[in-house]
Design a protein around this ligand. Structure first.
Ligand SMILES: [Zn+2]
Length: 294
């Protein structure tokens, strides 16, 4: 009996130990599971935190006022137009090259609007390079050369419609002449917040002129005439046919211009090339237009 009792006791003890073991291992597993779960969650949270942080950093980078390249330049596409008018029968290839239809022009403006571009004056580029003036996110400068009346007739209303400004470069000999801007139109562009720039007096190949007196007649006198007309300072200049020269740069500086735009291709600007600022001629080709902005 005693033996039997002790045998039962032994078995009961074994069962108890086994049960305790089972129960304990259950709790242990449960604890491990909870621990793993919480670890995983922490990892998830960290992951989320990292991606949020990365996103924030990206946003900060994207929201830099101007794109600073390693060389310390600023990126501002300066897109240049000449005539804006509907196609007409017998238009030559050259005329087509320097002309865009109002529909195509509007399509480009719509794209700029939809993609967050802000138009700035060339004077803003000068101020950004010389005085670190903050530029808006995705700045762009729209330029019109040669003072064609069609720019007033077709482009000006569209610029107003999209809330954009532009720079109009005129050469003073043409004002009030057939197919060119009238004095009143020029003043209206100025009043509407458009920037008016100097494009010489008679649109010569400036780089072929080395005589300072002749250069002054084209650069200094035209500036004075424009300033008299507008009653304000004219700060920016663009080279006829796009070519600069050391002699013309000297006179441009002497005249007090803060910036001069060439036809040399590019969209990154540094303080060193403030008198040889690069630009890009725009055509009808929409794909090409998109390429210019990249
Ligand atoms: Zn020109």
């Amino acid at each position: 009996m005693f033996k039997f009792d002790s045998e039962i006791k032994k078995q009961v003890s074994l069962i108890i130990v086994f049960t305790v073991f089972i129960v304990m291992s259950y709790f242990f597993n449960a604890a491990i599971y909870t621990y793993k779960q919480s670890k995983q969650q922490t990892a998830l949270v960290s992951q989320e935190f990292i991606s949020t942080t990365e996103k924030t950093n990206t946003e900060i980078l994207k929201n830099q006022p101007t794109e600073i390249t390693p060389e310390g330049s600023i990126k501002v596409p300066i897109i240049v137009y000449h005539s804006v008018r509907p196609y007409y029968e017998g238009q030559t290839l050259e005329e087509k090259e320097f002309s865009i239809t109002p529909d195509s022009f509007e399509k480009q403006l719509q794209y700029l609007k939809d993609n967050g571009y802000t138009t700035i004056a060339l004077q803003d580029i000068a101020l950004s390079l010389t005085q670190n003036k903050k530029l808006p996110l995705k700045p762009i400068s729209i330029n019109f050369d040669d003072g064609w009346e069609n720019q007033y007739v077709y482009a000006f209303p569209l610029l107003k419609k999209y809330g954009f400004t532009a720079t109009f470069f005129v050469y003073t000999n043409t004002i009030n002449h057939r197919n060119y801007l009238t004095l009143e139109q020029l003043l209206e562009l100025d009043r509407a917040g458009m920037e008016i720039g100097d494009h010489t007096k008679s649109h010569p190949y400036l780089f072929k002129i080395t005589d300072p007196i002749e250069l002054r007649e084209e650069i200094v006198v035209s500036k004075e005439n424009l300033e008299k007309i507008l009653g304000k300072k004219v700060n920016v200049f663009s080279y006829p046919f796009g070519n600069s020269s050391p002699e013309s740069i000297e006179i441009i500086k002497e005249a007090g211009f803060t910036l001069a735009r060439t036809g040399y291709w590019g969209k990154y600007h540094t303080l060193n090339d403030i008198y040889t600022i690069k630009s890009m001629q725009v055509s009808e080709d929409f794909e090409k237009f998109l390429g210019l902005l990249k």
